[in-house]
Design a protein around this ligand. Structure first.
Ligand code: ADP
Ligand code: MG
Length: 712
C-alpha cells in the first residue's frame, strides 16, 4: 500500500513537538494514525450541563466551573479530603474528594473543571465527583490556554456534544483537545485512502464511511453520532478478523482436500445397539453434521460446543468409529491427565460392551518409558491401534501416526490455536486429518464466531433426559455449619460430593481458606466418620489418580479440591458441591464446577459460600438462578468483558477488540462474517480491483494475523 501520511510519527503534527510526542507514548500514541484512533471516552450533551446555581442536593449532576479556592480538609477520623470551590456565571459549589489529598497538586486555582457526580448535603451543597476533567488552565498572564475550545468566544456551544479523551497527567485533557483542534481536519483528510467498503456495501450495512465515522467520534453533532462511528470501527475490526478466517477456511477446503470416509456401520451399529440409552435429538443432529463433513471430500473443520453433561464424549466416539470403519486412526486430546484417563476408561468400557474389534492407546506425559515406547510403536504401526487418547503428550517429539484421519480436541478453550495446529500438522505430516474441536464452556455465538470464525459451528443444546437441575444456594460464611449439616445428610444417603477452594495453600497475602489446610480440618474435625480425599494440581499424578479412582469406586466419600475438578470428571453418584469463596471464580468456571454434580438420577445441590454484596453478589445470583450455560456465559461476557474469555491460554489469539463489543455487536459479527465469506467465495485471491484496498490493508495492517494463521 502506498505510504500513508498517517504512519508518520505524531511529532510532525501541529502543537505536538518532541516533548509532547514523548508524553503521548504514555497513551499508546506513536503515529498520526494512533492519534486519530484515540477517540473520546466520554460524551456530554452540553445542554445537560447545569448552571451551578440550579444544582440541588440529591441530584446526579454535571457542571463546569473555574476553581476559585481549594485545600485539604483533615477530619477527626484521619481521612483527608481535597476540596475545591468551583464557580460559573450563576454561582458556586464545593467539590469534594474524600481520601484523595494528592489532587491538591494536580488541580490549580483558575482551572476550569468538568465534574460529574452525586450532590450531597455537608455544610451546604457538595458535589462528590465520580469523574472530573480539567478542561482548561489559566496561563501566567491569566489568559485561558484551552487550545481546544470550539466556537467563538471559547464558550461551550448550547446543543454541542462535549468530548472527554482518555488523558494522563503528562498530556492532560486540554492539551489533547488542543492537539485535536489543530489537526483533526488534516487527519480526517488522510483517511479516505483507507476506505475499503464500496458505497453500496456501506449502504447495505447501514454504516458511515470511515472518515465520517471518525469525525462523528471526535466531533459529534448529536448524541447518537459517537455510537454510529463506533459501529463502523467495530465492523472493521470484526471484518478483517473474519476475512482472515474466511481465507483459512477457503484454503482448508480447497487447497487441502479431505479424506472421504466410507461409512460401513460395522462399528457404529453395534455401539448403537448396546448403548443403554437413546441419543438426544441434539446428539443425532450434530452427528449427522459430522458424518456429512467426514464423508464429503472436504476436510472437516468443526467446532462443537455443548453445555456440561450434554454428551460430547459420545459424539466424539461415534466420529472416531466412522474414521475406524474406513481404516483410519483418530486422536482425542484432552487438557488434563485425569480427563484423558477418564476418556480412555469410558471408551474401553463401551468398546467392550459393544464387542468391537478396536484398540485404544493412552498417551500421557507421565507414563513410564516402556509404556510410552509401546504406545508409540502401536500408533506408528497403524490400525488395529485405531484410537489414541492423550494429553499434550500427543503432540510431542517422537509421536507419529501411521494413518491419522481424525483429530478431536476436547475442552478446546484450554488450548491455543498453535497447539491445535501442531496436533493437526505435526504428528501426521501430509495426512490432512479432519478436525473436530469441542468445548464445554458455552460461549455466546458472537464470541464463538470471533474466536473460531474459520470453523463450522455445531451446538449440543439439549441435555440427556432424566436429569434434575442442580439446586443452587447462596450462603454467607456464617452459615457454614448448616451447609455441613446438609452435606452430612447427603453422605448419609450414600452419596458423594466435593468441597472446592480457590487455592491449594494458605498464603500470607490473602486470608482465603485453602484446600490443603481445610482438608486437614474437615477430615479430623468435621467429617470424622467419612473417608475424605484431597485433590489439587500440585499433587503427584499417582496421588491424583488414587484419589479419583477411590472416588469413582466409592471408597472415598468426599473430595476436598481446587478447581482442578472442573474439567470433565464424571461420577454420577456425586450429588453435592460446596464452593468456598465463590466470588473468586468466574461464572463460566462455576458452571463447569457445578456440572460435576447432578449427573445421575438423584437430585443434587450446589452451595456457594461467599461474603459479598453489590455487583459480585448480583453476579452470583445470576448464576444461582439459571442452569443454562449459554446464558451464564453471556452474563460473564457482559460483566468481565471478552478479555478473560479469550484468556491467557489463547496464545496468539487476537488481542482484545477495541471498538467491537461482543455482547452488543452480535449482529455486526454475523454481517462481517457473511460479507467476508461472500467475498472470499467470489474472489479468493482478492484480485478484483474492487478488493484491491482490502487486500492492501490485509497485507499491511493485518500482516501479523496472516502469519499466525499461515495464510496469504
Ligand atoms: P460432556 O458433554 O460434558 O463432555 P459427557 O460426554 O461426559 O458430557 O456425558 C455426560 C454423561 O451423560 C455421561 O455419563 C454419558 O454417558 C451420559 N450420556 C451421554 N449421552 C447420553 C444420552 N443420550 N442419554 C443419556 N445419557 C447420556
Ligand atoms: Mg466432556
Amino acid at each position: 500500500m502506498a505510504y500513508s501520511q498517517l504512519d508518520r510519527p505524531v511529532q510532525f503534527l501541529k502543537a505536538v513537538g518532541p516533548h509532547r510526542s514523548d508524553a503521548l507514548k504514555k497513551l499508546g500514541i506513536g503515529t498520526a494514525r494512533d492519534l486519530l484512533f484515540h477517540v473520546p471516552r466520554r460524551y456530554d450533551d452540553a445542554s445537560t450541563i447545569r448552571p451551578i446555581a440550579s444544582i440541588e442536593v440529591g441530584m446526579d449532576a454535571t457542571a463546569v466551573g473555574r476553581v476559585r479556592s481549594k485545600g485539604i480538609i483533615p477530619t477527626r477520623s484521619g481521612l483527608r479530603i481535597f476540596q475545591a470551590v468551583i464557580e460559573d456565571a450563576s454561582g458556586y459549589i464545593t467539590s469534594s474528594w474524600p481520601g484523595q489529598p494528592w489532587l491538591e497538586r494536580r488541580v490549580r486555582e483558575g482551572d476550569e473543571l468538568l465534574v460529574t457526580g452525586p450532590v450531597k448535603h455537608f455544610h451546604g451543597r457538595q458535589i462528590h465527583p465520580r469523574e472530573f476533567t480539567i478542561l482548561s488552565r489559566e496561563g501566567r498572564d491569566g489568559e485561558a490556554v484551552d487550545e481546544g475550545r470550539d466556537g467563538p468566544g471559547g464558550r461551550l456551544q448550547p446543543g454541542a456534544i462535549f468530548v472527554t479523551y482518555p488523558a494522563v497527567d503528562e498530556v492532560p485533557q486540554w492539551v489533547l483537545r488542543g492537539i485535536f483542534q489543530r489537526n483533526l481536519d488534516w487527519l480526517l483528510d488522510q483517511i479516505p485512502d483507507e476506505e475499503y467498503l464500496s458505497d453500496e456495501a456501506r449502504g447495505e450495512l447501514g454504516l458511515p464511511g470511515l472518515r465520517e465515522a471518525l469525525r462523528r467520534l471526535h466531533r459529534p453533532d448529536s448524541v447518537v453520532d459517537p455510537e454510529e462511528g463506533r459501529r463502523r470501527l467495530a465492523f472493521d475490526e470484526l471484518f478483517f478478523l473474519q476475512l482472515v478466517q474466511a481465507l483459512v477456511r477457503h484454503q482448508n477446503a480447497k487447497v487441502e482436500p479431505g479424506i472421504r470416509f466410507q461409512r460401513t456401520n460395522a462399528l457404529i451399529r453395534p455401539l448403537h445397539e448396546t448403548l443403554p440409552f437413546r441419543l438426544t435429538d441434539a446428539q443425532a443432529r450434530v452427528l449427522r453434521e459430522i458424518y456429512d463433513d467426514m464423508t464429503s471430500g472436504q476436510r472437516m473443520n468443526r467446532f462443537l460446543q455443548g453445555d456440561v453433561g450434554a454428551g460430547k464424549t459420545l459424539v466424539a466416539f461415534f466420529a472416531m468409529l466412522l474414521a475406524a470403519e474406513s481404516g483410519h486412526q483418530s486422536a482425542l486430546m484432552a487438557p488434563t491427565e485425569l480427563l484423558a484417563e477418564q476418556h480412555f476408561a469410558t471408551l474401553g468400557g463401551m468398546i467392550a460392551a459393544a464387542g468391537l474389534d478396536l484398540e485404544v492407546v493412552l498417551l500421557t506425559g507421565r507414563m513410564a518409558a516402556a509404556d510410552r515406547r509401546d504406545a508409540l510403536a502401536r500408533l506408528a504401526g497403524g490400525p488395529p491401534a485405531s484410537i489414541a487418547v492423550g494429553t499434550h503428550a500427543l503432540i510431542q517429539e517422537g509421536v507419529r501416526f501411521a494413518r491419522l484421519g481424525l483429530v478431536i480436541v476436547d475442552e478446546q478453550h484450554r488450548f491455543g490455536v498453535r497447539q491445535r495446529m501442531a496436533l493437526v500438522d505435526g504428528v501426521a505430516p501430509g495426512m490432512k486429518p479432519d478436525v473436530l474441536v469441542m468445548s464445554a464452556t458455552p460461549i455466546p455465538r458472537s464470541l464463538a464466531m470471533t474466536l473460531y470464525g474459520e470453523l463450522e459451528l455445531s451446538v449440543l443444546d439439549e441435555l440427556p433426559p432424566g436429569r434434575t437441575p442442580v439446586e443452587t444456594l447462596l450462603r454467607y460464611p456464617g452459615r457454614r455449619e448448616q451447609v455441613y449439616a446438609r452435606v452430612r445428610e447427603e453422605l448419609a444417603k450414600g452419596h458423594q460430593g466435593y468441597i472446592v477452594y480457590p487455592q491449594v495453600q494458605e498464603s500470607e497475602k490473602t486470608d482465603l481458606r485453602a484446600a490443603t489446610e481445610e482438608y486437614e480440618r474437615l477430615a479430623k474435625e468435621v467429617f470424622t466418620d467419612r473417608r475424605v480425599g484431597l485433590l489439587h494440581g500440585q499433587l503427584a499424578p499417582e496421588e491424583k489418580d488414587r484419589v479419583m479412582r477411590g472416588f469413582r469406586d466409592g471408597s472415598i466419600d468426599l473430595i476436598v479440591a481446587t478447581s482442578v475438578v472442573e474439567v470433565g470428571i464424571d461420577v454420577p453418584n456425586a450429588t453435592f458441591m460446596v464452593i468456598e469463596h465463590a466470588e473468586r471464580f468466574g461464572l463460566s468456571q462455576l458452571h463447569q464446577l457445578r456440572g460435576r454434580v447432578g449427573r445421575g438420577s438423584a437430585p443434587a445441590v450446589c452451595v456457594l459460600i461467599a461474603e459479598v454484596g453489590g455487583d459480585a453478589g448480583e453476579r452470583l445470583k445470576v448464576f444461582r438462578d439459571t442452569n443454562d450455560g449459554f446464558r451464564i456465559a453471556e452474563a460473564d461476557l457482559r460483566i468481565r468483558g471478552p478479555g478473560d474469555l479469550f484468556g491467557a491460554q489463547q496464545h496468539g489469539r487476537d488481542p482484545l477488540l477495541r471498538f467491537a463489543d461482543l455482547t452488543r455487536d452480535e449482529e455486526l459479527v454475523e454481517r462481517a462474517r457473511s460479507l467476508a465469506r461472500e467475498i472470499v467465495a467470489a474472489d479468493p485471491e482478492l484480485a478484483a480491483p474492487a478488493h484491491a484496498r482490502m487486500r492492501d490493508l490485509l497485507a499491511t495492517r493485518h500482516a501479523e494475523r496472516l502469519k499466525m494463521w499461515k495464510v496469504g
